[in-house]
Design a protein. Structure first.
Length: 493
C-alpha cells in the first residue's frame, strides 16, 4: 500500500519536516531530525529509479484526479535519476552540516537553517517529480525562496548582497517562466506536461507557442546560470555558508538543467523546435562561450570558493553543449554530467568547508602549506581537481569522453577540439591551488591548522570516492543516462 504512494511521500516527507524544525528549535536535535529525513529520502528515490528501470514510467494522480484536470506526478528514467542526485547530496550534506554550521551560523538561527534546507530539498525534488508545468513553477519558488534565506546566513556581510542579487535575478527568471506557461495555457488550455507534448505539435506555427518557448528558455536559462545569465552565481556560492554552497552547487543548477531538458525535449520535442527556431545554435554558442569564459575567469580568482563558482559556470556549459547536439550520445553526455558534476563539485566545496572550519579563510595565500597540515582534506581536493580536469579513472573523464564522441558522431571536429582545450584550462586553476598547498611553506593562517574532524572528512570522501568509483565503473550511470536520452529523443521524433 505504501509503495504505490512513494512519489507523494518523497515530497511530503521533507515538506512536513521543515516546519517541525521551527517547533523543536534545539540545534542538535534539529540536526538529527534533518539528517533522519534526508536519509529516508534517499532509499525512496533509489527505489523509484529501480521501479522505473524495471516497469517503465510511474504515473501518480494526486487526489485521484485524472490528468489534465488534476495534477499528476510522472516519473520516468530522467527525473528518477535527478531525484537520486538531489536526495543523495542531501543525505551527505546534512551529516556534514553540523560542525560547519555551528562554526558559521549563530546558534539562535540554526533551527531556521535546517528548516530552509529541508524546504529547498522539497522544492528541488518537486521540480523533478511533477508532471504539471504550473506545479513546477510552485516548486521552483519553494526552492528559490529558501535558497535566498540560506545564502543570507553567510558570515560575510556581502552574503546579504549576494542573496539580494540572486533574489532579483531569480524573480526575473521565474517571471519569464510563468509568462511562458501562460502563453502555453492560452494556446492549448492545458498545464499538464504530457498533455502539452501532444497538443503543441498541432500549433507548431503559432507565434504564441513560439513566444512561450522563448520565455521558458530565458527563464530557465537564468536558473541554470547559463552564460551570460550567470551573474548571480559567483557571489551566491562565494558568500553563502559552506554547507549551503555544497548543497546548491551540487543540486540547484542540475535541477534547472533538468527543467530545461523537460521543456525542450518533452513539451516541444515532438515538433523539433530546435530546428524551427535557431535554439540549437544559440544554446551551443552560449555553452561554448561559458566553457571558456568560466574557466578563464576562474584562473584569476584568489578566493577558491569563487574560483570553483566560475568553474561551475564552465561545467554548466558542458551540460548544455550535450543537449544542443540533439543526439542520444549528446543528450546522454549532458545527463551523465549532471550526476558527475554533483559528485566532484560537491566534494570540492566540502573540502573548502573543512578549510574554512580550520583556518577561517578560503583565500589562496591563506591555504599555503595546508598539504602537510591537512593531508586527507587536501588529498580530497586533488581527487576532485583531477575529476574537474577530466583525467581518466574519474567521472569528469566519462562526461567529456561522451561529449567528444557525440561531437565526432556529428562530424564536428572543431567542437571536439574546443572541449579538449577548455578541459586543459582547468589544469591551470587546479594547479595554482595544488602548488600553493603542497609547495609553499605554511603561512600565519595555516601555521596551527590540524586535520579536519571526521564529521567533515567522511562526507567529503564519500563524494570524492564516488567521483572515482563512477569514473572507474560508469556502467550504471551511463546505462541510466542513455535510457533517459533514448526516451527523450524517442518522444521528440
Amino acid at each position: 500500500m505504501i509503495a504505490q504512494h512513494m512519489p507523494i511521500i518523497q515530497i511530503i516527507l521533507p515538506l512536513m519536516a521543515a516546519p517541525v524544525c521551527l517547533i523543536i528549535r534545539h540545534p542538535h536535535v534539529v540536526w538529527i531530525w534533518a539528517v533522519a529525513i534526508s536519509l529516508l529520502c534517499l532509499p525512496i528515490s533509489v527505489s523509484l529509479l529501480m521501479q522505473v528501470m524495471d516497469t517503465g514510467t510511474i504515473v501518480y494522480e494526486l487526489g485521484g484526479w485524472a490528468a489534465p484536470w488534476g495534477i499528476e506526478y510522472r516519473i520516468d528514467t530522467l527525473n528518477a535519476f535527478v531525484l537520486v542526485i538531489v536526495s543523495a547530496i542531501g543525505a551527505v550534506v546534512m551529516p556534514y552540516a553540523r560542525r560547519s554550521v555551528e562554526k558559521e551560523i549563530p546558534v539562535s538561527r540554526i533551527y531556521i537553517f535546517y528548516s530552509m534546507m529541508l524546504l529547498c530539498q522539497t522544492g528541488l525534488m518537486g521540480i523533478a517529480i511533477t508532471g504539471d508545468a504550473f506545479n513546477l513553477f510552485v516548486f521552483l519558488e519553494i526552492s528559490s525562496l529558501s535558497s535566498y534565506v540560506l545564502i543570507s546566513f553567510g558570515t560575510d556581510r556581502r552574503a546579504l548582497t549576494a542573496a539580494y542579487r540572486y533574489l532579483i535575478m531569480g524573480t526575473i527568471g521565474a517571471t519569464f517562466y510563468i509568462i511562458g506557461v501562460g502563453f502555453m495555457y492560452s494556446a492549448t488550455g492545458s498545464l499538464n506536461i504530457h498533455d502539452l507534448s501532444t497538443l503543441i505539435p498541432e500549433m507548431a506555427g503559432s507565434r504564441t507557442v513560439q513566444a512561450a518557448l522563448a520565455f521558458l528558455t530565458v527563464g530557465l536559462g537564468l536558473k541554470v546560470a547559463l552564460f551570460p545569465l550567470h551573474m548571480w552565481l559567483p557571489n551566491a556560492y562565494t558568500y553563502a555558508p559552506s554547507a549551503v554552497t555544497v548543497f546548491l552547487a551540487a543540486t540547484a543548477t542540475k535541477v534547472a538543467v533538468y527543467a530545461l531538458i523537460r521543456v525542450t525535449y518533452t513539451i516541444f520535442g515532438t515538433v523539433d523546435f530546435l530546428d524551427i527556431v535557431p535554439a540549437r545554435d544559440l544554446l551551443m554558442g552560449m555553452a561554448l562561450i561559458a566553457m571558456f569564459v568560466g574557466s578563464a575567469v576562474a584562473i584569476y580568482q584568489v578566493n577558491i570558493k569563487r574560483m570553483l563558482a566560475y568553474s561551475s559556470v564552465a561545467q554548466i556549459g558542458y551540460m548544455i553543449l550535450g543537449l544542443s547536439f540533439d543526439t542520444v550520445n549528446g543528450v546522454a553526455a549532458g545527463i551523465i554530467h549532471l550526476f558527475n558534476h554533483a559528485m566532484m563539485k560537491g566534494g570540492l566545496f566540502m573540502v573548502l568547508g573543512a578549510v574554512m572550519y580550520r583556518i577561517g579563510s578560503v583565500h589562496l595565500h591563506d591555504m599555503a602549506g595546508l598539504g602537510k597540515k591537512m593531508p586527507l582534506t587536501m588529498a580530497a581536493f586533488v581527487g576532485g581537481g583531477l575529476s574537474l580536469i577530466g583525467v581518466p579513472l574519474t567521472v569528469g573523464f566519462v562526461s567529456k569522453w561522451y561529449l567528444i564522441q557525440a561531437a565526432l558522431e556529428k562530424g564536428w571536429w572543431p567542437v571536439a577540439a574546443l572541449i579538449v582545450v577548455s578541459s586543459l584550462m582547468a589544469v591551470i586553476y587546479v594547479w595554482r591551488v595544488v602548488e600553493v598547498i603542497y609547495m609553499k611553506p605554511a603561512g600565519q593562517a595555516a601555521e596551527n591548522a590540524t586535520e579536519a574532524p571526521m564529521s567533515l572528512l567522511i562526507p567529503t570522501w564519500v563524494l570524492i570516492g564516488a567521483a572515482v568509483y563512477f569514473g572507474i565503473d560508469a556502467t550504471t550511470t551511463v546505462d541510466v543516462a542513455v535510457a533517459a536520452a533514448e526516451a527523450l529523443l524517442g518522444g521528440a521524433r
